[in-house]
Write a protein that binds this ligand. Structure first.
Ligand SMILES: [Zn+2]
Ligand SMILES: [Zn+2]
Length: 186
C-alpha cells in the first residue's frame, strides 16, 4: 500500500498558528518536498515561494517567475490538506518541468502523476474540494454587450428573483452566463 512520503502535519498545532507562522510552516513544507525531489534530480533549482494567489486556485507553479504560488485564504482555511496535498502537487509540477522532456509534458500527464504516486506517495488528484466562498467572493458570471461581470451569491439571488441590473458602460441588461465550473484545478 502507498505511504505518504512527507510526515503528516499535526492538526492541533497548525490550527493554533497565526499568519506569519503559517507562512513559515508552508516554507518548511516546500523545503521538505524540494529535498525529496532533489533525490531524483540533484540539479533541481530551489523554487521561490509566494503566498499571493487569489481566487479559486489553491496553487500554481509559475516557471516564468521561478517559483510556486499559493493561495493564502485557501491555505488558512484548509491547513492540513493544503500542506499534505497542494504543496507536493505544485512541487511535482516544478520537478517535471525541470526534467529533460518536462516542458513538453502535459500539465497533469503521466510524468506528473508518476511523481505524485512514486515520490510523494499521494493520489494524483487535479482538483481540490476547498470551499472557495471567501477566496472568490463573486463566482457568478453575467454578460452584457461589452464585458463580463461578476456577481456575489447575494446579488445573484436578487437577479434570479427578478431584479434587473444594467451595465454602466453599455446600458444593456446583464444576463446570467454561468457559475464557475465546479471543478477547480490545483
Ligand atoms: Zn456592457
Ligand atoms: Zn496542477
Amino acid at each position: 500500500m502507498k505511504h505518504a512520503a512527507l510526515p503528516h502535519p499535526d492538526p492541533e498545532t497548525l490550527a493554533s498558528l497565526a499568519e506569519p507562522e503559517l507562512a513559515c510552516v508552508l516554507g518548511e513544507r516546500v523545503e521538505e518536498a524540494y529535498s525529496l525531489c532533489r533525490e531524483v534530480h540533484p540539479e533541481l533549482p530551489r523554487p521561490r515561494v509566494w503566498l499571493d494567489l487569489r481566487g479559486r486556485s489553491a496553487g500554481q507553479a509559475h516557471f516564468g517567475r521561478g517559483g510556486l504560488r499559493f493561495n493564502p485564504v485557501l491555505y488558512a482555511e484548509n491547513r492540513v490538506e493544503f500542506l499534505v496535498e497542494v504543496v507536493p502537487h505544485e512541487m511535482a509540477h516544478w520537478l517535471v518541468h525541470h526534467l529533460k522532456d518536462g516542458p513538453r509534458a502535459r500539465p497533469h500527464g503521466r510524468e506528473w502523476q508518476t511523481v505524485m504516486r512514486r515520490l510523494f506517495g499521494l493520489e494524483p488528484r487535479t482538483t481540490h474540494r476547498f470551499d472557495t466562498g471567501r477566496s472568490s467572493p463573486a463566482p457568478y458570471r453575467y454578460g452584457c454587450g461589452c464585458r463580463e461581470h461578476r456577481f456575489t451569491p447575494r446579488r445573484h439571488a436578487l437577479a434570479r428573483g427578478g431584479r434587473v441590473y444594467r451595465c454602466r458602460h453599455c446600458a444593456q441588461t446583464l444576463v446570467y452566463l454561468s457559475g464557475d465550473s465546479p471543478k477547480i484545478v490545483i
